[in-house]
Ligand binder design. Structure first.
Ligand code: SF4
Length: 193
């Protein structure tokens, strides 16, 4: 079969839970990059994803045991890196951040405790916004800490490398606080393409 005709998996609501799947592992940490969102960012790639998108940009990190355990030392390093005034914020990627909520919640809560909203938090997810609205409490709690969510599976048939911060045209860059307040998806106001 043509690879563009293969599709990612579609879980039922609350079928996949971090409490059953996450090993609290991280695939990599990339401080001071310019590609994972707006401004200078520190990016944490958590390990484990079950969407199995054909053409996944980080297939090795679909394995929940890939990489290293998340540690207090790494968290302290991330906080120290974020403290520089030229760093705009943290980006969570994977793997699937919403299937690694223990790690992502712990880090997000600490960022809000130490920096308030001086640093923003972006996350990528294979879930769509509508799917997340039907998901488990831990996923909704993580969403509550985010500023920006890039949602949806990567679909090879809609691949477009000219898009801002996403790989396929179905994915959206969502303003999370505005979307939660208005109970409907509000797109990032700096979206150009
Ligand atoms: S959701 Fe992202 S990490 Fe997961 S398989 Fe799809 S492209 Fe890969």
């Amino acid at each position: 079969m043509d690879k563009t005709q293969q599709l990612p998996k579609n879980p039922a609501p609350q079928e996949w839970l971090a409490q059953d799947l996450s090993q609290n592992y991280v695939a990599s940490y990339k401080p001071f990059n310019f590609v994972d969102g707006e401004g200078v960012r520190c990016s944490l790639y958590v390990s484990g994803c079950k969407f199995s998108c054909p053409g996944c940009y980080n297939k090795i990190a679909q394995n929940f045991h890939y990489g290293q355990p998340y540690t207090k030392e790494l968290e302290d390093e991330i906080i120290q890196d974020l403290s520089h005034s030229y760093v705009q914020g943290l980006t969570l990627l994977g793997g699937e951040p919403f299937l690694n909520t223990t790690v992502c919640l712990q880090l997000s809560k600490r960022i809000r405790a130490e920096f308030g909203h001086d640093k923003d938090i972006w996350s990528w997810t294979g879930y769509t916004w509508d799917e997340l609205m039907q998901e488990s409490a831990d996923k909704l709690e993580l969403l509550s800490y985010l500023d920006i969510l890039v949602d949806g599976r990567f679909l090879l048939a809609q691949k477009d490398l000219t898009l801002q911060f996403r790989g396929s045209a179905n994915q959206r860059i969502i303003n999370v606080p505005a979307s939660l307040a208005q109970k409907q998806v509000v797109l990032w106001d700096k979206l150009i393409k």
